[in-house]
Design a protein around this ligand. Structure first.
Ligand code: ADP
Ligand code: ZN
Ligand code: ZN
Length: 749
């Protein structure tokens, strides 16, 4: 249609609308903006609005930018005057890229986590699609010849003839890749399509028979594992299972055998693992067992690679999908089960921006898709254990290590008044010596990277501070510099004290670099593998270190919590925790829970195979009831006690909380902003605490303030938050303050 004809048609359409009094249709759209609202647009001339379904991506004008947005609904009335509304520039999808169910889940999550809807919806899509790229796969289409033999093909268009005949020979269609290979160029396809001689059709999904999914035989389950697998497989519909299995008890084997059944029914499995748990070894275990397409998704892949994996999951071409947090929004054509490994892990909760919990969404999702969900952990979160008590979750326990491995012996080592060499007591040093001499490996856990946590002046007591944070600078020696672990700022090491000019500056305390140096002097004949963020920042560095460790020579593994999770080191017979005390007196109500989980997980690295493991925990507080309970009775008894503490304090899971965090460049401004809570009539049974300065008030040059909202009733808290967030958006200080809301926060900082 030429321009004039188009104008004319447009005028006729308008005329028709007027005489028929057809309602005008507006597109209500979610836009990546910090505002918690939808925006109305006029439909584009190219598409009848009724044909655009919710979930479809649109390109829209916004200010002077063009943004990728998502249609939420079509409406017949807009609060904005029609003449002021702009039209959608382009409809980016023929049909919504996500199935409706995932779109609804994303809408639900935006609401529940009180996050601006546009950002929340876009984050449920792969980055490739958020950028507005096409959702087609090149190999998704096949070209078919249409039967129009009488249609004259220009005899001079040899390339077109050649292409047409080739396509015609393939009665079931031929892919773009195959055509490219045969013809060299695919330039002839466009004119052929325009002439109506060929057409593109969706490739029918290959339905892969999964009746024999096994590549290697499954292990013979021990009785506890057998009960777990049977219980889960008995269930067809939704149910949440908490698989509480000590480290090395064979939880992964349970997942594998549940997945085996799922595959036999022609369904798919989604497995979420913590961020540092998605290693090549993890993926390898699944690939080695099954004869099916296993895809994985993590942040080190390119946008395109992740998008390809996402498409395969959505279209049922991938049977097992392994991913980290954001994979919770991956659609599945035939969902069969969702598994959350290490469900207590903090990486399932996004800690900035859109603060959703992938574990909690997994339960909502499984409920909606009517499939089982398995939460596995050696140290289940107190929330999940409490849900077992409430009979919301089914409980499955694995109390024995699989195979022949025995649980390690654990002891507390009182280091009060003991001389320490870089944090190591003499007694510990001699135990390390014994394990190395026996040909084994020792794992030393120190959750502090760098050389020393601070640099101070012996003469006047000055401590090197970060100018941008209320924090000390950490001393690093490799390479030498001072580093703030909170804002990342770096400085050279001063030669003398800036306050008193004394040269007596000394490192206080021990980080992994210092421990490495001391261990090198104590055990010069053994290798030391340091594993922390600094030593593994180079690509593949982690893998190289792990390969060295797995050569099983005697030596020392020294590292931070990167060592705590998931790894299976066959030769480690000793685990030493240099300092267990810092977590015992945390101001965060979850401090105890986290400390117990960390100690238990690290201890679980000892004695994974035939060798008997030993765990030594150095502490100044051996009488501390938490440590006593953990060491003598184990994590579950600790958890029972700690749940009682939470109950008497009215803390989660016995109440629900949200934190609103605000920050501004001027002191006091964030606090003034949150004062609004005091003027807002609270809903009955919702209490607000604060605003008060954040535990580290100044961070990266801004001043931070917190407001805590709490209620015993989730819906009431939700109701209050929705209304309060809108009020904050319209606060006079709103454009001078950055703020965010964290529903069900994992940490209180
Ligand atoms: P978890 O995930 O609970 O820490 P894994 O699944 O990694 O434990 O199992 C620990 C070790 O025990 C692995 O080497 C695994 O192959 C082995 N294993 C698990 N189940 C069995 C079984 N039923 N028989 C023999 N070995 C098993
Ligand atoms: Zn000084
Ligand atoms: Zn800093």
């Amino acid at each position: 249609m030429n321009y004039i004809a188009r104008r004319k048609k447009h005028r006729i359409d308008k005329h028709l609308i007027d005489i028929l009094r057809l309602p005008m249709i507006f597109l209500r759209v979610a836009i990546p903006s910090p505002l918690r609202k939808l925006f109305d647009y006029l439909p584009p001339a190219s598409h009848p609005p009724a044909e655009i379904l919710p979930g479809t991506r649109l390109l829209v004008p916004f200010g002077n930018r063009k943004l990728v947005a998502i249609l939420v609904e079509t409406v017949s009335q807009s609060a904005v005057n029609k003449d002021k509304l702009k039209a959608v520039i382009k409809v980016l999808d023929d049909s919504p890229p996500q199935p409706k169910f995932i779109f609804d889940l994303a809408l639900w999550a935006a609401q529940y986590y009180q996050h601006p809807i546009g950002d929340a919806l876009l984050q449920s899509l792969p980055i490739h699609l958020r950028k507005g790229h096409s959702c087609e796969r090149l190999h998704e289409f096949l070209f078919h010849a249409l039967d129009k033999p009488e249609q004259p093909l220009n005899s001079r268009a040899i390339k077109q003839q050649e292409a047409y005949l080739l396509i015609k020979q393939h009665q079931n269609g031929i892919s773009m890749d195959a055509l490219k290979a045969e013809l060299g160029s695919i330039a002839a396809l466009k004119p052929l399509m325009e002439k109506g001689l060929i057409e593109k059709r969706h490739r029918p999904h290959k339905v892969k028979s999964s009746l024999e999914p096994l590549r290697e035989p499954a292990k013979t389950l021990n009785p506890e594992q057998q009960v777990a697998v049977e219980q889960i497989n008995l269930h067809r519909g939704y149910r949440t299972f908490l698989l509480d299995g000590i480290t090395g008890s064979g939880k992964t084997e349970v997942y594998l055998q549940v997945i085996e059944q799922v595959l036999k029914q022609g369904k798919q499995a989604l497995v979420l693992v913590p961020e540092i748990g998605l290693t090549p070894q993890t993926v390898f275990r699944f690939k080695a067992r099954f004869n099916v397409n296993v895809v994985y998704m993590h942040s080190n892949m390119s946008d395109k690679q992740r998008f390809q994996a996402w498409l395969q999951a959505r279209d049922g071409d991938a049977q097992i999908i392994i991913g980290t947090r954001s994979a919770i929004f991956t659609p599945m054509a035939n969902p069969g089960v969702i598994i959350i490994d290490e469900e207590h892990d903090q990486s399932f909760k996004q800690q900035d921006g859109y603060r959703y919990s992938a574990r909690d969404l997994a339960i909502v999702r499984a409920h909606g898709e009517d499939i089982p969900v398995i939460l596995g952990s050696a140290t289940p979160s107190l929330e999940s254990l409490h849900n077992v008590t409430l009979k919301r979750y089914a409980y499955l326990a694995l109390n024995r290590r699989a195979g022949n491995a025995q649980p390690p012996s654990v002891e507390l080592l009182d280091i009060k008044a003991c001389p320490l060499n870089a944090g190591l007591s003499e007694q510990l040093i001699s135990v390390i010596q014994q394990h190395l001499t026996a040909g084994n490996q020792a794992l030393i856990f120190l959750n502090r990277r760098g050389f020393a946590p601070s640099l101070s002046c012996h003469n006047c007591g000055w401590i090197a501070p970060c100018k941008r944070c209320d924090a000390k600078l950490t001393l690093h020696q490799k390479p030498p510099h001072l580093h703030c672990h909170h804002c990342g700022s770096q400085k050279p090491i001063p030669r003398h004290c800036p306050d008193c000019a004394s040269h007596e500056l000394s490192a206080k305390g021990t980080g992994t670099e210092r421990a490495e140096e001391a261990l090198g002097q104590l055990f010069p004949e053994f290798p030391i593998w340091r594993i922390d963020r600094d030593s593994t920042s180079r690509k593949n560095a982690m893998q190289e270190i792990i390969d060295e460790i797995n050569k099983q020579q005697p030596g020392i593994l020294l590292g931070t919590q990167m060592l705590a999770k998931g790894h299976h080191f066959a030769k480690v017979s000793l685990v030493a925790i240099l300092e267990a005390d810092s977590g015992l007196f945390s101001t965060d109500f979850r401090g105890m829970e986290r400390t117990a989980q960390l100690i238990t997980q690290v201890s679980g690295r000892a004695g994974r195979e035939e060798i008997l493991g030993q765990v030594i925990i150095q502490t100044h507080h051996p009488e501390h009831p938490l440590l006593q309970c953990l060491v003598q009775q184990g994590y579950r008894d600790f958890a029972t006690e700690e749940i009682q503490n939470r109950a008497s304090a009215g803390l989660p899971p016995f109440s629900h909380i949200a934190i609103i965090r605000a920050e501004a460049s001027n002191p006091g401004r964030a606090e003034a902003f949150l004062q609004l809570a005091q003027q807002t009539p609270t809903i009955e049974q919702v209490s607000s605490f604060g605003p008060f300065p954040a535990p580290m008030e100044k961070k990266a040059g801004v001043y931070r303030s917190h407001l805590i909202l709490q209620s015993g009733k989730r819906p009431l808290l939700q109701q209050f938050l929705s209304q309060f967030c809108l009020q904050l958006e319209h606060h006079p200080l709103a454009n001078k303050v950055r703020w965010s809301i964290d529903v069900d926060p994992y940490d209180m900082f």
